[in-house]
Design a binder for this molecule. Structure first.
Ligand code: GLP
Length: 244
């Protein structure tokens, strides 16, 4: 296992941004998966800032979002589509067809999941996946107890996130909110993964992920078995580790 501990948030964002840019420079038609949330916003913006200063060729690159919220408008500020677009995709002028997202709304989510997965496979599979970490150990919307053999599917979000989204979108209780996400099996098939976790609220789950058993109680613990996964932490998220 490769564990990198950044001294502070700036260094954390800088290392992560260069993992993405490095992949782009290395393979002009690479396929890169991104996660949304507080951990990744700044590192996405940093990739954009570097691009503006020192433009690099992104014409062949495919970016996709690991997961999406269901039954909200795609334009809602908390939808992964809109977050990724504003944080990175628009700055890099990525063409529409090279930005793959699961839909927020669909008549047939199962079919949409299948198509999404097929499109990634058609482009050669995932070269690099930047993965956020939920406080309960979730990866994407794969909550604890998700089977390790899951493939792109419709699942649940955690209650706190659901509450926030309901409030922000004024959605009625009849409207079922949830998440669509790459499954654990798809995640494990990525050629390279960088798991990013920062902040003291992640310290306990980082310890479980790295030092606990591999178990569906902590979905991210499966990454211990990935042959090419880097765990990028900051000083505070790494604080509870026994073997610093
Ligand atoms: C959400 C997203 C994940 C993200 C995770 C961590 O549930 N669906 O893709 O990785 O939360 O978010 P944060 O970085 O805000 O802690």
């Amino acid at each position: 296992m490769k564990i990198t501990v950044a001294k502070n948030e700036r260094e954390f964002d800088c290392i992560a941004a260069w993992r993405i840019i490095g992949e782009v420079l290395n393979k002009y038609n690479c396929v890169i998966g991104l996660s949304t949330g507080r951990t990744t916003g700044n590192l996405h913006r940093l990739v954009g800032e570097i691009y503006i200063q020192y433009p690099f060729d992104v014409s062949g690159v495919t970016f996709f979002g690991l997961d999406e919220v269901t039954n909200v408008p795609r334009e809602y500020v908390g939808a992964c589509y809109t977050m990724l677009k504003t944080e990175l995709i628009d700055t890099l002028h990525i063409k529409e067809e090279n930005f793959l997202m699961l839909p927020t709304q669909a008549d047939d989510f199962v079919k949409a999941c299948k198509n999404f997965q097929l499109e990634i496979e058609k482009r050669g599979g995932i070269d690099l996946l930047i993965l956020g970490l939920g406080e309960n150990g979730h990866l994407g919307f794969n909550q604890p107890q998700s089977p390790f053999e899951s493939e792109t599917w419709v699942t649940q979000m955690d209650n706190r996130l659901e509450e926030r989204i309901r409030r922000e979108t004024n959605s009625s209780l009849e409207m079922r909110l949830g998440g669509v996400t790459l499954g654990i099996k798809n995640i494990m098939q990525a050629r390279k993964i960088v798991l990013v976790a920062k902040g003291e609220n992640k310290a306990e789950i980082v310890k479980k992920m790295l030092e606990g058993p591999v178990t569906i109680d902590v979905p991210a613990s499966v990454l211990q078995l990935h042959p090419n996964c880097e765990f990028l932490l900051d000083d505070t998220s790494a604080a509870a580790l026994t073997n610093r």
